[in-house]
Write a protein that binds this ligand. Structure first.
Ligand code: ATP
Ligand code: MG
Length: 555
């Protein structure tokens, strides 16, 4: 995939060139999350664009909590957002802000607008306001538009002082009642809400609207480029109107880009929160969640996520990216960096009947064939090992190239060539042990005479030194490809088989001390990481980050 042309970079280059709107200025962006949930992969795209653009131009990027709305915001979210951004490898230095810290300035700029005859106090109720909005052929009606400036100033001050109940008055910008853009039809810029703010307490009972507060916040922080998602395109004329009509120190430029959507998942904090609150997932960091903490727990690396964001590029049209592409980016990274190891998910014993009892030996095995610097480790072998139960069939199905009585010679990875001779059953007829003979002349898994091995290569774990583990396998959280679609209820789209817990799994001895964030490629099974929440030295828990098979490459 080639790097897509980045229209944001092109605009900025124009702006900072001689004669441009920001000629000679340092590029300054910001990331403004609302602290009402954890960051998700969609936010990563915005982060990569905001911080990445600043990085590219040697500029700065602020982190600003958008807490203009006195909603349920939580320091838990604020801290998690900071942790996630640092984990991705971005840093805001000492430029960490809260939108609510500008309430006093917001108020002063609102007063300035009233004094200039550009804002007025309105008494329409919410329903009347909607009824008076007009339509494409009729302008809006606003009966309080010509209220004298002095009267608006007085009422606005009394709104602040708490003299009126919620909804009694609003402050509206005086722009254009006939505009084809309804955002300009004298939008409300302040409303009364007797609600405590999580940082300001009861200092305020009037709150600025986002469309008024956001451009002011940007301007006060000296932001040159305010990068945001497409749904704000229609709001850009209002953004520009605000920075052009109040005496802010600079006039940032808003540029919009397409939101990221991914199939088989939902990308709205509200919906993700609902999944958490209803206990449908184990928390915001459930490994099936598209949140950053969920992806981290699943085993995603910062490099894989940043690479993903870079390769999907920036566009002006919303689109849905395949989840398989995110997995592809992870596989690429882990293939290079994850050590290999052997683990058996569904163990059954395999005994080499001609291997001396009590004997054992160790084979030197490369940790990562892609990376010689990763070194080697010793893998212990003895008479009985665990293999996957489904690597044996008493009666083979067509094309089955693994173990069955008198079947093909198979390779125990890195150890010996073996031939299956039969099995042992318990009183109920269940197979409890597979039997085989090994070729003593094939140490390391290679035949002395160079003959071709017709059967499969099989992974295994030495019984005497095996370490127990719980291994969790994941599938998409939603069975429907587009659970976020407007005509669907995402709650009805959940995949009942999104989590499979395997207990009594067997790992090779080298993994005994594994701890998060250790990640391995388990031979034939995929990439796995130690669970960063539930794993303990006495009870190891691994998550499958991604299977080996890459459906994306085939396409
Ligand atoms: P949500 O619907 O998930 O709550 P939001 O836009 O309300 O999303 P914010 O916390 O306000 O969430 O978002 C912070 C920044 O991240 C904004 O600039 C927003 O445009 C951007 N952003 C949010 N979701 C996506 C997405 N899916 N793709 C790209 N950028 C996104
Ligand atoms: Mg938002």
């Amino acid at each position: 995939m080639e790097e897509s042309t980045n229209f944001i970079h092109a605009f900025i280059e124009e702006d900072i060139a001689p004669g441009g709107r920001f000629a000679g200025q340092q590029v300054h962006t910001r990331f403004p999350p609302e602290p009402n949930g954890y960051l998700h992969i969609g936010h990563c795209k915005a982060l990569c664009i905001d911080f990445g653009t600043a990085e590219k131009f040697g500029g700065l990027c602020n982190l600003r909590m958008d807490d203009t709305n006195p909603a349920k915001e939580d320091t838990e979210y604020v801290e998690a957002i900071q942790e996630d951004i640092h984990w991705l490898g971005f840093d805001w230095g000492d430029r960490f802000f809260y939108g609510s810290d500008y309430f006093e300035q917001d108020y002063a700029y609102a007063v300035e607008l009233i004094e200039k005859g550009l804002a007025y106090v309105c008494e329409l109720t919410a329903e009347e306001f909607v009824r008076c909005r007009g339509d494409l052929t009729h302008p809006a009606v606003s009966p309080y538009r010509d209220r004298p400036i002095a009267e608006s100033l007085d009422l606005f001050a009394r709104m602040r002082a708490g003299e009126f109940p919620d909804g009694k008055y609003t402050l509206r910008a005086k722009i254009d009642l006939a505009s084809g853009n309804f955002n300009l039809r004298d939008p409300v810029i302040y409303r009364i809400r007797h609600v405590e703010h999580h940082r300001q307490g009861t200092a305020w009972c009037i709150y600025p609207m986002y469309d008024f507060a956001h451009p002011i916040q940007d301007a006060l922080e000296g932001i040159t480029h305010s990068l945001c998602t497409l749904e704000f395109e229609e709001h850009r004329p209002l953004y520009d109107w605000v920075v052009n009509n109040v005496s802010v120190p600079c006039k940032p430029r808003q540029i919009e880009f397409a939101r990221l959507g991914i199939n088989y998942t939902v990308m709205s904090k509200r919906k993700l929160r609902e999944l958490v609150n209803r206990g449908l997932v184990s928390g915001w960091d459930d490994p099936r969640m598209p949140t950053l903490c969920g992806l981290r727990r699943r085993g995603y690396t910062p490099a894989s996520i940043r690479n993903f964001c870079e390769r999907i590029g920036v566009a002006k049209v919303n689109s849905t990216i395949e989840f398989g592409f995110l997995e592809h980016c992870l596989r690429e990274d882990l293939n290079r960096h994850a050590n290999r190891a052997m683990a058996v998910l569904h163990p059954i014993r395999l005994t080499m009947t001609n291997y001396p009892e009590g004997k054992s030996e160790e084979f030197d095995v490369e940790n990562n064939p892609e990376d010689p610097a990763a070194g080697t480790r010793k893998v212990r072998f003895s008479r009985t090992v665990y293999i996957e139960a489904d690597d044996f069939l008493e009666t083979p199905v067509p094309k089955f190239k693994r173990l069955y009585p008198d079947g093909p010679e198979c390779r125990l990875k890195g150890a010996y060539l073996i031939r299956c001779t039969g099995c042992v059953r318990d009183a109920d007829g269940n197979v409890t042990e597979v039997l085989a003979t090994y070729d003593p002349e094939s140490a390391g898994g290679n035949p002395a005479d160079g003959r071709k091995v017709k059967g499969a290569t099989i992974h295994w774990v030495d019984v005497e030194t095996a370490v127990d583990a719980e291994i969790r396998l994941y599938d998409n959280l939603f069975a429907d490809e587009a659970p976020d679609a407007a005509d669907k209820n995402y709650m009805d789209c959940l995949n009942p088989n999104s989590l499979t817990v395997c207990t009594g799994c067997k790992l090779e001895r080298a993994l005994a001390g594994a701890a998060a964030p250790d990640t391995f490629q388990f031979l034939r099974l995929g990439y796995f990481c130690v669970d960063n929440r539930d794993s303990t030295p006495d009870h190891l828990v691994f998550n499958r980050s991604v299977a080996l098979k890459d459906s994306f490459v085939k396409k």
